[in-house]
Design a protein around this ligand. Structure first.
Ligand code: SF4
Length: 326
């Protein structure tokens, strides 16, 4: 007996990285046991900030699906699909946009933040402002009971709940108010100690080679106050230590003591971390390789996922049209 239904998705802006893996995908994999899961690659969302150059969009969708499956998302147990294959998302987005106040969207904290962060691009568009409405449509099309989110996405989920409440008040109850399932994994920083982001060039991709993992780990920023091996370290300010906590929590306690007591040098500490990450990723790489060498299997996952997602979303939309007398 499943506890409910989940929807989540990622934008296909390129290959996924270890932050995506530990911050979201590892959680998605666990949730498959207890929930009916819908995991989308949300390609329309990628257009909200990257509409000018779509040359890599299709390939990026494939890369993200390979990363999902490599991480352990099982297309036999979960519905893995491309958002644009299910046109019901677009119809629901349109209908929900009719009842969404502009003030709700303009007040969304991520809206102003992103306008500043992406100041080099023209994203003062209708589509970008309405991004949270599309997100609400994604979730509500499946009448998802829960959504796994990071803390930074809570305002978007609250907006989806607000839109569901307004719809139910105006037309009768069709949607449940989706609840958050908060990811409890510590946030992984980029190799330079800043927020992990493709635009900073500080990520480690899931699809990296072992040598790329070693090179990236060796370049990580450590405790700046630790100059000699004999200096006691402060693991709480060290990027490397954050990775130990995520990938090998039992080993993290050992490293913490060794670092504080100056019993290990940073080079050795990093070398061992690279081994830990490579061990963790070895089965992930094997699953990815299977799909890389069999494009037909990937097409099959997307086709089956789209058919399953469409049937559920179509049933919701039939009720929505009925409720709205359309
Ligand atoms: S020993 Fe390890 S945890 Fe301590 S500062 Fe060096 S890299 Fe960081």
């Amino acid at each position: 007996m499943k506890k409910g239904r989940i929807f989540s998705g990622m934008r296909p802006t390129g290959r996924l990285h270890l932050g995506n893996l530990m911050g979201a995908l590892a959680n998605w994999v666990k949730l498959q046991d207890d929930y009916e899961c819908f995991y989308a690659v949300v390609d329309w969302h990628a257009l909200t900030t990257g509409y000018e150059d779509t040359s890599m969009l299709r390939q990026n969708v494939r890369e993200v699906v390979m990363d999902y499956v490599a991480a352990g998302v099982d297309p036999e147990r979960s519905t893995v699909f491309r958002q644009s294959d299910v046109k019901e998302h677009a119809e629901l987005h349109l209908l929900l946009s009719m009842i969404t106040s502009l003030g709700w969207l303009e007040r969304c904290p991520t809206y102003k933040e992103q306008l500043q962060q992406l100041s080099g691009r023209d994203i003062t568009t209708y589509g970008f402002l309405g991004y949270p409405v599309l997100m609400a449509a994604d979730i509500l099309a499946y009448r998802a009971s829960s959504v796994p989110v990071g803390e930074d996405q809570l305002p978007h989920l609250e907006l989806a709940r607000e839109i569901a409440r307004r719809f139910n008040y105006l037309y009768g109850t069709v949607f449940p108010e989706p609840q958050a399932i908060l990811n409890d994994v510590p946030v992984l920083l980029g190799t330079d100690g800043r927020k992990m982001s493709k635009s900073y060039g500080n990520t480690i991709q899931i699809a990296s080679t072992p040598q790329e993992v070693r090179t990236a780990v060796q370049s990580m920023i450590t405790d700046p106050a630790r100059i000699r091996k004999t200096d006691p370290g402060h693991p709480e300010v060290c990027t490397v230590f954050g990775y130990y906590k995520a990938f090998a929590p039992e080993l993290a306690a050992v490293r913490e003591n060794e670092c504080r007591n100056a019993e290990i040098g940073c080079v050795a500490c990093k070398r061992q971390l690279a081994d830990v990450i490579i061990d963790y990723l070895t089965p992930v790489w094997e699953r990815r390789r299977t799909l890389e060498t069999d494009p037909g299997a990937l097409d099959d996952i997307l086709d089956r996922g789209a058919a399953r997602a469409r049937s559920v979303a179509a049933a919701t939309l039939a009720e929505v049209r009925e409720a709205m007398k359309i």
